[in-house]
Design a protein around this ligand. Sequence first.
Ligand SMILES: Cc1cc2nc3c(=O)[nH]c(=O)nc-3n(C[C@H](O)[C@H](O)[C@H](O)COP(=O)(O)OP(=O)(O)OC[C@H]3O[C@@H](n4cnc5c(N)ncnc54)[C@H](O)[C@@H]3O)c2cc1C
Length: 487
Amino acid sequence: MPDLIRGLGASPANPGAAPPRLPFSRVTQEVLAFFRTLLPGRTITDPDLLKSSNVDWLKTVEGNSEVLLRPKTTEEVSQILRHCSERNLAVCPQGGNTGLVGGSVPVFDEIILSTSLMNQVITFDNISGILTCQAGCVLENLSNYLEERDFIMPLDLGAKGSCHIGGNVSTNAGGLRLLRYGSLRGTVLGLEVVLADGRILKCLATLRKDNTGYDLKQLFIGSEGTLGVITAVSILCPRKPKAVNVAFLGCSSFQQLLETFQYCRGMLGEILSAFEFLDASCMSLLEKHLKLTNPITESPFYIVIETAGSNATHDEEKLHQFLEEVMTSSLVTDGTVATEATKIKALWSLRERVTEALTHEGYTYKYDISLPVEKIYDLVQDMRGHLGDMAKNVVGYGHVGDGNLHLNITSPSKDPALLAAIEPYVYEWTSEWKGSISAEHGLGLKKRNYIYYSKPSEAVALMGSIKAMLDPKGILNPYKTLPDNIH
Ligand SMILES: Cc1cc2nc3c(=O)[nH]c(=O)nc-3n(C[C@H](O)[C@H](O)[C@H](O)COP(=O)(O)OP(=O)(O)OC[C@H]3O[C@@H](n4cnc5c(N)ncnc54)[C@H](O)[C@@H]3O)c2cc1C
């Protein structure tokens, strides 16, 4: 296992490391007895069973929790939090544990509150397309449930087989369909949330329109488990498209890729559902580590375009006109198109599995940056020049349609000198171009102290006041999201 961030104490040289433990109480036998009565057979203390919940997906952050709780109902979550609040015990909410910023695992001995058994669909209205479900439903299970009913989830991401809808909402996950269906801030219609002291906030509306007072659910969307535990979600789901096509194309420069994007928006308009990219270094890693095959001739850049519409003939015609245009104008050097499910899946996996391929490269420094779309690859090229031989690989991929770059830098093992060369350089670069240092992954443990690169200090102070109001003892996911100077 690579070196882990564990109680190192954040310092100006390493703002992503954990700060010292705050003075929370320790779990006692009396506390355990309470949990065992409340959750018989669902209060886990066996260190072997706890292991995977203490380590994040990237295996870069590891906590030391001795208790994992697996409630099934909102009432149970409420009783857990009331008990923890009264005794000043810290809690780490956990969904599918696929988060990439060290937010989903304890830093020290926080109690892990897992939503994995809160996995029931509550209602689905097949006229409005509104789904209401518990927070622990796995995204892919919800997608399958809806597809059987001729609907789809408005979001999709590579971690769909493990991540929970509650985790998606808590991180405001973006993913592969944002270009078409927008962010969870628009599609989530209601939330049920348990507050730090155990109060249940029932804002599980199933209405498209509701302007009665402040929209409190927005506070919890993207709050990474620091303001409340989401126990149920209602979400607006689109109809399943009748026809889906995927094109996988090669481009010889990023400028040509951007011009292709312009044509694409103009010619595919209402049927365009995704425009994603990866560079040649990503393709090499997919071939090397996952044995995936590049279906087209080698190119410096690759694009995945998806169309989703209601008329197969019409959609194919549009796609072919677009492809003819970009091929004849030499914007695209080669390409292939899929209309059949297995081939579509194979093409998508070239984009979706880049994150997985990178884990086989050693240690990965991950950056999830929003920038004006024409600048996104400049950062990759600039970083290559800046780091020279220090890095094993500097790769770029991401959601072109959303101006979102995933910049990943690998080295054989954790390397403080390399980290010092990357940070704060990458954040200064981003800030200079008025970008965001976290487009969709959140801040978690790793990025909390960099928030000032994207938000003014007045805004961060107000976030601190909101945290103090909703969680005065600071028991919910401490050491995450907010910087160390705000508790
Ligand atoms: C292969 C791969 C691909 C990915 N692709 C994308 C992508 O395209 N777009 C994207 O945005 N992200 C992506 N991610 C990141 C990650 O999958 C998402 O952030 C996801 O939404 C996290 O869901 P989860 O259930 O795993 O949450 P976790 O990782 O368990 O938790 C994430 C955060 O939410 C909090 N949390 C979890 N559940 C709750 C709850 N019920 N109430 C309150 N707080 C809670 C946790 O405390 C933590 O801070 C990817 C990750 C992987 C591994």
